[in-house]
Design a protein around this ligand. Structure first.
Ligand SMILES: [Mg+2]
Length: 270
């Protein structure tokens, strides 16, 4: 259910024989109904119907990417029905609000410029965003393998007044949508907009989030209850590696032209 909430599920309709619903460790609205067919009246046009045992056995990102808004999606069987905003853009706040308290999943931290997109310098709009070869494929492979994927990116272009935070949010929303459309997922993003020589006063300061400092990585480790021993960062600069070292996680310098060549071995799929 936590996995589904991360992908924009806004309400769970639980079907069962009990007189009251079970306590759920998740901050998503739940409705408890007796078994089908009595529950059919609460199902709307957009819902995902799946058997509990199958829920985590497929790549949900790919499944929802293929879902058509306004049409029903049936994964298999009966027992648990879910209304989903198929094809919508679930905000990261939904994911953040429904985090697991414990996560045994490994995590891939990706630098952005020079790792996910070609570093043309200060990229704040999609018009200047060009994917690195293999980036979408590498992220999909990590998602398929059950890994969390995070982005940690210095964005001094904000401090320099070249673009603002809302523009970057828009760009990243588009970037995540593109990634999800190919079956991958980005669980969370950390951005450092600060720089000591900023032209925009509000961003003119040193920050322990700016790589090579480890702040962004440490924040994600804490927020997602990650085990540092199962985290690895991939970035194209020595400052990325230094940040990972300071955070106490493994890292690999991305030097080849295709991100799959670097990520696949980390997933045990070389
Ligand atoms: Mg970089």
């Amino acid at each position: 259910m936590r996995e589904l909430a991360r992908f924009g599920v806004t309400e769970f309709v639980l079907l069962g024989d009990e007189t009251s619903p079970p306590a759920l460790p998740i901050s998503v609205r739940t409705t408890y109904r007796p078994k089908m067919p009595a529950a059919q009246d609460v199902l709307e046009d957009r819902f995902l119907l799946c058997e509990p045992g199958t829920m985590l056995n497929f790549n949900l990102a790919r499944f929802l990417a293929a879902a058509v808004p306004g049409r029903s999606c049936v994964a298999s069987g009966t027992g648990l029905s879910l209304r989903v905003q198929a094809g919508s853009q679930p905000p990261l706040s939904i994911a953040v609000a429904s985090l697991p308290t414990q996560s045994p999943r490994p995590a891939l931290f990706l630098d952005r410029d020079g790792t996910i997109n070609i570093d043309h310098g200060y990229i704040g709009t999609r018009e200047r965003f060009e994917w690195v070869d293999g980036a979408l494929e590498a992220i999909r492979m990590a998602t398929d393998a059950g890994w969390h994927v995070f982005v940690v990116t210095n964005q001094s272009g904000i401090a320099r007044g070249m673009y603002d935070e809302p523009a970057l949010v828009t760009l990243h929303r588009w970037m995540v949508d593109e990634i999800r459309a190919t079956g991958g997922n980005i669980d969370d993003i950390r951005v450092c907009p600060f720089h000591e020589q900023a032209s925009v006063p509000q961003y003119r300061r040193a920050s322990d989030w700016r790589k090579p400092a480890p702040g962004m990585i440490l924040d994600l480790i804490a927020r997602w209850s990650l085990d540092p021993a199962t985290c690895v960062l991939v970035g194209d600069q020595p400052t990325d590696i230094a940040a990972a070292d300071s955070a106490g996680i493994a890292s690999v310098l991305f030097t080849s032209g295709n991100l799959v060549d670097t990520v696949a071995p980390l997933l045990g799929r070389a």
